[in-house]
Design a protein around this ligand. Structure first.
Ligand SMILES: [Zn+2]
Ligand SMILES: [Zn+2]
Length: 252
């Protein structure tokens, strides 16, 4: 059994078919992620419809510029839904800078506070902003939230720092790409106890599915790659990462 800890089911063409294929490929639990109010609502709706799907709600740094006080108010109400397992994805994206940096920082801080208030973990999105993201976590005592660095953006020493603080490292399909040397090193050095698996579907389809729409059913390619890098069995990877995800997100 595998758990896809980060995907965007609302963006998939043929959701029903994708969920069917997920089950056929032993992906028995899925966490679908919100990036703004609309997709957060949609994530909760999908989680209400399918018992093996859970949701997160949050405002992605790209969407931070469109989020008003009203949005955060409604997000807080949504976040109390029993199938909402985390606040996310939240963080900083200084690569694409689709929202002004100041606004990204405010949105991130605000949602860390929400996670602290509700006692939920956070799903962090971070691109080209590792030190800034870390600094905010320290300033806001956001390290106490625990959570996961999705699509892990750092190197081995940063992974060690995150793990020490109690965070999980989530491995996307990028690890199957020939050029992903840094991420492969992270997988090699990080204990299985701190790893999660994700597709980030519909994005980042793993080898040999590159160019196609990614979906949870493809998670096993990433799991197999992790097993190969760590020189352990696929079963071990599946067991441990499933246990980790259940623990972090408190999945029944
Ligand atoms: Zn992301
Ligand atoms: Zn995402």
């Amino acid at each position: 059994m595998l758990i896809d800890t980060h995907c965007h089911l609302d963006m998939l063409k043929d959701l029903k078919g994708a969920l069917q294929r997920a089950k056929e490929n032993q992906v028995n639990f899925i966490v679908t992620i919100g990036i703004d109010l609309k997709t957060s609502r949609k994530a909760v709706e999908i989680a209400e419809t399918y018992n093996f799907v859970w949701a997160t709600v949050g405002v992605h740094p790209h969407e931070a510029k469109t989020s008003t006080d009203e949005v955060y108010k409604e997000l807080e109400i949504l976040a109390s839904h029993p199938k909402v397992v985390a606040i996310g994805e939240i963080g900083l994206d200084f690569y694409r800078n689709l929202s002004p940096r100041e606004i990204q920082i405010n949105a991130f801080k605000r949602q860390i506070k929400l996670a602290q208030k509700l006692g939920k973990p956070i799903v962090i999105h971070c691109r080209e902003a590792i030190s800034e993201t870390w600094q905010i976590l320290v300033e806001t005592e956001g390290l106490s939230c625990k959570g996961v660095w999705h699509c892990f953006p750092g190197d081995v020493s940063f992974a060690e720092k995150c793990i020490k603080a109690g965070f999980y490292i989530s491995i996307p399909g990028i690890v199957t790409f020939p050029k992903s040397t840094k991420l492969k090193q992270v997988v090699k050095k990080t204990p299985l106890e701190s790893l999660l698996l994700e597709t980030d579907a519909p994005f980042l389809a793993p080898v040999p599915m590159r160019g196609k729409q990614n979906e949870p059913a493809f998670l096993h390619y990433t799991a197999q790659k992790v097993a190969d890098i760590k020189e352990v069995s696929l079963k071990q990877v599946a067991l441990k990462t499933t246990e980790n995800a259940k623990k972090l997100f408190n999945l029944g």
